[in-house]
Ligand binder design. Structure first.
Ligand SMILES: Cc1cc2nc3c(=O)[nH]c(=O)nc-3n(C[C@H](O)[C@H](O)[C@H](O)COP(=O)(O)OP(=O)(O)OC[C@H]3O[C@@H](n4cnc5c(N)ncnc54)[C@H](O)[C@@H]3O)c2cc1C
Ligand SMILES: NC(=O)c1ccc[n+]([C@@H]2O[C@H](COP(=O)([O-])OP(=O)(O)OC[C@H]3O[C@@H](n4cnc5c(N)ncnc54)[C@H](OP(=O)(O)O)[C@@H]3O)[C@@H](O)[C@H]2O)c1
Length: 241
């Protein structure tokens, strides 16, 4: 692994805490859904964290979507980066939240909380989901409506079923509460308009680690289990912390 020098083209701020970095870097080969470590030098030490690519692999400009964790060492500094400033990108993208690891199914569910939507924005801007799955559902759960980001990107994706949750205030058009409860009581599949079951579905889960556990438990109630190469199943996960 080596470090590549990259330059910020734009740092878009969606809210006080949410930002999207667009970055010019030497070409990187990766699969949609993968992540790469990005880094800054802080007090003489290189501090690196994994970030999922938001851009699809064919797009030469790299894009990362982040949230400020106020007590964290890296994210508050990434949020403050301005156009022209430098950061480092590792040369070795990695990760298994990719469609090449997902078995065939009728319906692909891309389920996220918070910044966990990032890898799906990359996957959804490749042609592969619609070549392989009859239905594609994007689920995004956030605390507040202003955190329903990338609307202009999502709105341009044809034939996408898009279901949102807003958990900390009422928001017409979004489900209330949390994803695992809505899996359990059928509200999620009703909102998506397709069945969520072992016979028809593969579910990718990304974001808050407790959501991954709770959602996997709710899906187990529908006869679904983690997918492994040697023991195929219906759930693929990536935890962000
Ligand atoms: C495979 C992978 C991919 C990731 N992709 C992204 C991404 O695309 N965008 C992104 O913002 N983060 C992503 N993360 C998390 C990211 O690597 C950092 O942890 C995050 O930016 C905070 O960095 P920090 O140094 O400020 O704090 P850290 O010391 O890394 O984290 C401190 C605490 O902050 C909380 N936290 C960390 N990340 C998040 C988050 N994303 N949302 C809410 N709370 C969080 C957790 O409680 C964590 O223990 C990813 C992590 C992994 C493992
Ligand atoms: N100004 C700032 O700097 C600022 C502002 C906001 C956040 N932050 C940081 O960002 C972190 C939170 O980020 P976030 O809001 O993107 O992530 P989050 O806490 O994971 O919340 C995102 C969504 O996931 C839901 N969720 C949480 N736990 C779940 C579970 N076990 N099962 C199902 N759903 C679950 C939340 O619902 P609930 O609402 O029900 O929990 C919410 O709808 C904070 O810890 C803080 O460090 C910083």
């Amino acid at each position: 692994m080596s470090w590549l020098e990259a330059t910020v083209i734009e740092n878009r701020h969606w809210t006080e805490a949410l930002f999207s970095l667009r970055v010019e870097a030497p070409p990187l080969v990766f699969q949609a859904g993968q992540f790469v470590r990005i880094a800054l030098d802080i007090d003489g030490e290189r501090v690196a964290r994994p970030f999922s690519f938001v851009n699809p692999p064919q797009d030469p400009v790299l894009e990362f979507y982040g949230i400020v964790v106020p007590e964290g060492p890296l994210s508050p500094r990434l949020e403050r980066l301005r156009a022209g400033e430098r950061l480092y990108v590792a040369s070795n993208p990695a990760g298994f939240l990719v469609l090449a690891e997902v078995p065939d199914a009728e319906t692909l569910w891309l389920v996220s909380t918070g910044t966990g939507i990032a890898p799906y924005l990359s996957i959804l801007r490749t042609g592969t989901p619609w070549q392989r799955f009859r239905n594609v559902v994007l689920v995004h759960a956030v605390r507040h409506p202003k955190e329903l980001v990338y609307q202009e990107v999502i709105g341009k994706i044809p034939n996408l079923r898009y279901v949102t949750f807003v958990s900390r205030e009422a928001h017409p058009g979004s489900l209330a509460g949390r994803i695992p409860a809505a899996i359990g009581d059928g509200r999620l599949e009703a909102a998506a308009g397709v069945a969520l079951d072992a016979a028809s579905s593969h579910v990718m889960l990304c974001g808050n680690p407790q959501m991954l556990k709770d959602a996997a438990a709710a899906l187990a109630g529908r006869g679904m289990r983690k997918h492994r190469r040697r023991n195929p199943g219906h759930i693929t996960v990536e935890s962000f912390w």
